[in-house]
Design a protein around this ligand. Structure first.
Ligand code: COA
Ligand code: MG
Length: 299
């Protein structure tokens, strides 16, 4: 599916079937069943089984079914079994944490290529999303973002990054701002989606989550991780173009087309200068609205 939209991506521990079922009932764009840091070491094996069974048994509706594996290290570490023991459930994709090199993405991709041949799935159809959350990951972001055609998104992980570089998390987030900004540039340069770090304070008022999500949206992020069902509607709404915005975008594109036909590239529209960057931005709004299932032509 090329037009999939990933506004909210809801995490839950892979060993918690109840939360997986709950997540599947929420109409969230993507579900990430976690096998990494949300699962205790002693529960890894059990979690793989719960995830595999859930993939085979639970109706996820329109939600994308993703599995977060453990970091890609040597051939004896957890990630290999994470993949091998969940593949049979045919997830839509895998989320790789703590990515620090292109090679790590490519190694996962090789496993998927073999699996696709074995099971007769479409070549290249199982997607990859890479979480960048270490200093080395940000240093190597150029090669990571260009690592493999399966890669559809870069995900920003602020908490791990802060731990790795010795930063102290503050409400304003300036300590990770350069990284948060860098990720958008590298993702967009390669045509990938940029997904923002989760908002981890579950006791905060919704207005705080809203402000953090709006900031991500204004920076160019197209989605945000969620860690609780309550966060899903807030996040999905921020990343869904509003009717008014869609109408404006349509009118702007129409005005542009008219002026182009008259041989004029730049023009004034409702008191503002309009040229190609604004038109491209308007076209992006329309594309996202369509991907969100909004009938743009009827507005
Ligand atoms: N996905 C799906 N369902 C969830 C959920 C999630 N991430 N978080 C909570 N729920 C469910 C609960 O199971 C509960 O359902 P119920 O009423 O049917 O029992 C309901 O939503 C309310 O949950 P609540 O009591 O407010 O939270 P909790 O104390 O059960 O859980 C957390 C709190 C933080 C443990 C939980 O939100 C969670 O597991 N989040 C994801 C953590 C994670 O995956 N981290 C790794 C990546 S950063
Ligand atoms: Mg992490």
């Amino acid at each position: 599916m090329t037009n999939r939209i990933r506004r909210a991506l809801l995490f839950m521990p892979g060993d918690d079937r109840r939360k997986i079922e709950k997540g599947a009932s929420l109409d969230v764009d993507s579900i990430i069943m976690d096998l990494e840091d949300g699962v205790a070491l002693s529960h890894k094996e059990q979690a793989r089984e719960v995830v595999r069974n859930a993939l085979n048994e639970v109706n996820f509706g329109h939600s994308e079914r993703l599995v977060r594996i453990n970091p890609v290290r040597d051939e004896h570490s957890l990630w290999i079994n994470d993949i091998q023991e969940t593949l049979e459930g045919h997830p839509d994709g895998y989320v790789i944490p703590k990515v620090e090199s292109a090679e790590q993405v490519q190694r996962v991709a090789e496993h998927l290529t073999r699996a696709e041949r074995k099971y007769g799935w479409i070549d290249g159809s199982v997607r990859l999303l890479a979480i960048v959350e270490t200093a080395m990951g940000f240093v190597n972001m150029n090669e990571i973002s260009d690592s493999d055609p399966r890669l559809v998104a870069l995900i920003f992980g602020a908490e791990d990054l802060a731990g790795d570089i010795g930063a102290v998390r503050t409400p304003d987030g300036w300590e990770v701002f350069y990284a948060r900004s860098k990720l958008v540039l590298y993702a967009k340069a390669r045509g990938l989606e940029a997904i923002d770090t989760p908002f981890v304070d579950l006791t905060a008022e919704d207005s705080h989550l809203l402000a953090a999500t709006e900031q991500a949206h204004y920076m160019g992020y197209t989605g945000k991780l969620a860690i609780h069902p309550r966060q899903v509607p807030v996040i999905q709404s921020v990343f869904t173009p509003k009717a008014e915005q869609i109408r404006e975008a349509k009118a702007l594109v129409e005005a542009h087309n008219q002026h182009q036909a008259e041989g004029r590239g730049v023009f004034a529209y409702e008191g503002k200068m309009v040229d190609m960057p604004m038109v491209r931005a308007a076209e992006k709004v329309l594309a996202r609205a369509r991907a969100a299932g909004i009938k743009v032509e009827e507005l």
